[in-house]
Design a protein around this ligand. Structure first.
Ligand code: ZN
Length: 251
């Protein structure tokens, strides 16, 4: 088997492996996507709960302030009953009125904060519902991955060992080049030479569709044990048997 034929076979086996693993990859990617979404929702929930806790604590402090103001007012009212002069009475009255105004303001703030707590609780409940739904999606994706594994897993192992065996037949430097090109081109390391017009000697690369210099075409045909790469996309060039026999020098 010529190097070119070995590479052609390797390429076919590799395509099979890629096809099988694509299904697994798709499932794994989908699962990662859903899991990521779940993580984000859970983070949002933690933040909301934290905010709600802080607002509640603030509301509690305000409530205590209001209570303290109330107690102080009561005390001053008691004093008002025992004062002897009008002047003292007036002074106490001013203080009571100020305290009452402050208390009213604080109580309004408490209400405001409690409303915010309620809003947060509502949002938390909604988010918890969303999270429960998202968890189902993650479970589903998980199941899909397991199914794909059990369906293609065995075939994939078989195909992989066949591919690896074929790769083992190819010289190391060629195999490394093949693998690098394969990963750059998503599994298209080799490309066929395509004949556009024989009389005008027009040939293109089957990978990038650029016109190939005729000496590249000749090298691909006459040196099947040497690597000839497309000068544009660097794919390893191959010729079909028809093209080779059609173009082989007649003399
Ligand atoms: Zn090319």
């Amino acid at each position: 088997m010529s190097l070119q034929e070995q590479l052609k076979e390797l390429s076919t086996l590799d395509a099979h492996v890629r096809g099988l693993s694509r299904r697994l990859d798709l499932g794994t990617k989908r699962k990662a996507f859903q899991q990521n979404k779940l993580d984000q929702l859970e983070q949002q929930l933690a933040e909301l709960r934290d905010q709600a806790k802080r607002i509640e604590a603030h509301a509690n402090t305000l409530e205590q302030d209001a209570k303290a103001a109330e107690e102080r007012t009561e005390k001053l009212r008691g004093q008002m009953n025992t004062v002897k002069t009008n002047k003292e009475y007036s002074a106490l009255l001013v203080e009571v009125n100020t305290l009452k105004a402050e208390q009213t303001k604080t109580e309004e703030l408490v209400l405001e904060q409690m409303e915010r707590v309620d809003e947060h609780k509502q949002r938390i409940a909604e988010l918890e519902e969303k999270i429960a739904e998202q968890k189902k999606l993650v479970e589903l994706a998980d199941k899909e991955v397991d199914e794909a594994k059990s369906e293609v897993g065995e075939q994939l192992d078989q195909a992989t060992s066949e591919r690896d065996a074929a790769a083992g037949q190819v010289p190391d430097d060629v195999r490394l080049l093949f693998e690098k090109l394969n990963s750059d081109t998503d599994g298209e390391a080799v490309a066929g030479v395509e004949e556009q017009n024989r009389r005008r000697m027009e040939y293109t690369c089957g990978g990038c569709f650029m016109a190939l210099p005729i000496e590249k075409v000749n090298a691909t045909i006459t040196k099947p044990d040497t690597i000839t790469q497309c000068p544009y996309c660097h794919r390893i060039l191959m010729v079909s048997d028809e093209l080779r026999s059609g173009l082989a020098p007649s003399k």
